[in-house]
Design a protein around this ligand. Structure first.
Ligand SMILES: [Zn+2]
Ligand SMILES: [Zn+2]
Length: 371
């Protein structure tokens, strides 16, 4: 069958012929790929910045943002059956018995570094026709979400960020256990840095969680991303018009910053204006190499202490984050179906993969339509 793969040894990207997978164990599920999203990670793998083939292969099949339809299930599978839609998780645990996070099904916190990731690290991805995987890593998706479910993986970034925020803010001593269990952002201000897919979907997730949400991004209005963001009631503020200090003045206490730009310079510029008892969540991974950066570290340190601030990084993602993404995506579609659909710029056949991966980045979210 056809697959889109990268060969880091030969520095090649393109279509390869890949063996069809077969069910081998009772917990396995076979599914045909319907759609695969393309993101900056894929593009960086195609620049050979990182990305490694599985043992015994020269190539790595790309793709980690998938949507599939079940075609066959093993005898031990109980939550999925033929015809179901599913979104596969990306990361798989390491084998070390001493890795507590992996043994607790939280490979997103793996301590050995020996986890694998579909389409990224030592395990083939989803830019192909058929895939076999194990039931615990496959999340069933309601049929009603079919045309947006390919964005579940990027949304899971925000879901894990929210999980971390709720857990971290358990440090605020006056919150009662009951208040805390509500996981409610009401009365709190969240700034989403960036208006790419991670930022837009994040803005939806923070708004659904009750935060007064703002998107702070570079491009001036009018632009298509700002239009989508404002269509679901989140103000879009251009960093070219409004400096971070003015942003803080306008919003009031910035309780949360959700970084979705992947560059340090703008992130640290906003960290300077994080509010009292605030949290700054980093989700982006700067490409390399990058020049040294000068920022106001004395001021940031002073603020972090005097304002009880937390800066935290988060890498994707747990089963829970995917399940929350599916729940929230249903809510987004109930409230703002047009805005959610507008995040997908275009759908293209597998044959267009090379130019989408190697050409100039365009639009918001581009998707390969496989079946
Ligand atoms: Zn991605
Ligand atoms: Zn591990």
């Amino acid at each position: 069958m056809n697959a889109i793969a990268v060969n880091p040894g030969r520095k090649e990207v393109g279509q390869v012929s890949h063996p069809k997978p077969k069910l081998a164990r009772a917990v396995e599920v076979k599914f045909r790929m319907l759609e695969v999203g393309i993101c900056g990670t894929d593009r960086e793998i195609c620049r050979f910045d990182y990305g490694s083939p599985p043992n015994g292969f020269e190539h790595l099949v790309l793709g980690h943002e998938g949507l599939g339809e079940v075609t066959e299930v093993g005898d031990g599978v109980s939550t999925l059956r033929k015809g179901d839609l599913l979104v596969p998780m990306v990361r798989r645990p390491c084998a070390d018995p001493a890795c507590q996070p992996c043994r607790a099904q939280r490979s997103d916190f793996c301590t050995t570094g020996n986890f694998v990731e579909r389409g990224i690290k030592e395990m083939h991805g989803f830019m192909t026709e058929e895939v076999v995987d194990e039931e615990p890593y496959l999340c069933k998706v309601p049929d009603a979400l079919r045309d947006v479910a390919v964005m579940m993986e990027p949304l899971s970034v925000a879901e894990k960020a929210l999980e971390q925020i709720w857990r971290i803010q358990d440090r605020l001593p006056w919150l009662t256990a009951d208040q805390f269990r509500l996981r409610d952002g009401a009365g709190k201000n969240a700034v989403i840095l960036g208006a790419g897919p991670i930022g837009i979907l994040g803005a939806m997730a923070f708004k659904v969680a009750g935060f007064n949400t703002f998107v702070y991004s570079r491009s001036r209005k009018p632009n298509p991303k700002a239009e989508i963001v404002e269509s679901f009631g989140v103000p879009y503020i251009s960093a070219l018009d409004v400096a971070p200090e003015q942003l803080a003045e306008r919003i009031g206490n910035i309780d949360v910053v959700y970084e979705a730009i992947g560059t340090a310079v703008n992130s640290f510029d906003v960290l300077r204006v994080l509010g009292q008892n605030g949290i700054f969540v980093f989700t982006g991974i700067p490409g390399f190499p990058k020049p040294h950066l000068t920022f106001d570290a004395e001021l940031i340190m002073r603020n972090m202490v005097l304002k009880n601030q937390v800066a935290v990084g988060t890498v994707n993602a747990s089963r829970q984050a995917f399940d929350w993404a599916i729940r929230d995506m249903s809510e987004f579609m109930r409230r703002w179906p047009d805005a959610v659909r507008a995040v997908i710029t275009g759908r293209f056949p597998l044959g267009h993969a090379r130019e989408l991966l190697l050409g100039k980045a365009t639009g918001i979210k581009n998707v390969l339509q496989i079946a």
